[in-house]
Design a protein around this ligand. Structure first.
Ligand code: SAH
Length: 337
């Protein structure tokens, strides 16, 4: 059970060995709690027990019998696993494609432990501040003038905070390593000597087609799936390779280039009747699917005003979706939801 509670003003005792309670103290203070730390098993006096609303047992303190006995029955206890490293660190967290429910449990824990969260996906994971109580949340997708913060600046902020001893979570849409510049951010951390871990996320490349009932592989239909970026031109030699490879083609960041991408695939050998779909804003209340063929999809997208963020799926697997079944004879279909 995940319990969210407002701890502003709550009297909190942070109990643990000297040097290991700092991170917990910092987090609870930032979340607005009143914090007193106790660093020996028998320093939990009746006055402190009377005062405290919550006691956090850090590291070895989880086994401090006298402290537990003093608190038993009157103060709510929270146990913290490992102490934070004295050095700062960076955790890249994949937030998934649309809703906070698709964040992993490890991602959720990393957010809960964060001192700083760098995010450019505020809208997609909902209220980051609630998932990372006490953390400083920096939206690097926007500057006051609404321009995105340049990648080098994001990396600079990330490394600078970690070198200052803080736990920095870099929250990224989908999976950090799928067209997400995760590799560059890991390299920046490694280059600065900052420990870094990467927690995967549900990628829109697989998850969003699935949200529209399109399996990217299907036994007997497609055993190959190729994920491409539509941000760069699809040269003919690649389009030919894709047409020959068969299977499913998933295009991310492709909405502005759908017309040339579809044209290149047709020109290079893919049948214009190949089923094709666009799934917009997957896993949000505004999710919408447009289903047609390679030949009809660009016109359909134009007429319905479909826009980014959206995933384009091309291949026979599109027939597996209920959306396709409902299309029944019609040349195209728009399905909302
Ligand atoms: N790292 C991300 C992808 C980043 S590129 C991941 O693994 O999902 C951004 C592209 O992802 C968008 O242009 C769009 O093609 C796709 N995308 C991300 N979230 C999406 C969503 N909720 N619905 C549809 N497409 C999405």
């Amino acid at each position: 059970m995940l319990i969210e509670t407002d701890i502003a003003g709550l009297p909190v005792l942070v109990i643990g060995p000297i040097g290991l309670t700092d991170a917990a103290e910092r987090r609870y203070r930032r979340a607005g709690a009143q914090v007193i730390s106790v660093q020996s098993p028998d320093a939990v006096t009746p006055v402190l027990v009377e005062w405290a609303g919550l006691a956090v047992l850090v590291d070895a303190a989880r086994d401090w019998g006298p402290a537990r006995a003093a608190l038993a029955g009157s103060v709510m206890l929270v146990e913290e696993e490992a102490p934070h490293a004295a050095r700062g660190r960076v955790v890249l967290v994949g937030a998934g494609p649309g809703s906070a429910g698709l964040l992993t449990l490890d991602g959720l824990r990393a957010l809960a432990d964060a001192d700083v969260v760098l995010t450019d996906r505020l809208a997609e994971v909902g209220d980051v501040a609630a998932l990372a109580p006490g953390a400083e949340v920096i939206d690097v997708g926007k500057l006051p003038g609404h321009h995105a913060v340049p990648q080098t600046e994001i990396e600079r902020i990330m490394v600078e905070r970690a070198l200052a001893g803080l736990t920095v979570v870099r929250l990224k849409g989908g999976d950090p390593y799928v067209f997400g510049r995760g590799g560059e951010e890991v390299a920046a951390a490694v280059g600065a000597g900052v420990p870094v871990t990467v927690l995967p996320g549900v990628s829109s490349a697989v998850g969003v087609p699935g949200a529209a009932g399109i399996p990217v592989t299907h036994r007997g239909v497609s055993h190959v799936v190729t994920v491409i970026s539509g941000h760069v031109p699809l040269e003919d030699h690649r389009a030919t390779a894709l047409a020959q490879l068969g299977g499913t083609v998933v295009v991310l960041m492709g909405m502005n280039n759908l017309v040339p991408i579809a044209a290149a695939l047709e020109r290079c050998g893919l049948d214009a009747d190949t089923p094709a779909a666009v799934v917009e804003r997957g896993f949000t209340p505004d999710q919408r699917s447009l289903v047609g063929t390679l030949g009809t999809l660009p016109g359909l997208v134009e007429r319905r005003g479909a826009a980014s963020p959206a995933v384009i799926v091309i291949g026979e697997v599109v027939r597996q979706s209920e959306v396709w079944a409902r299309r029944a004879g019609a040349r195209e279909l728009e399905v909302v939801g």
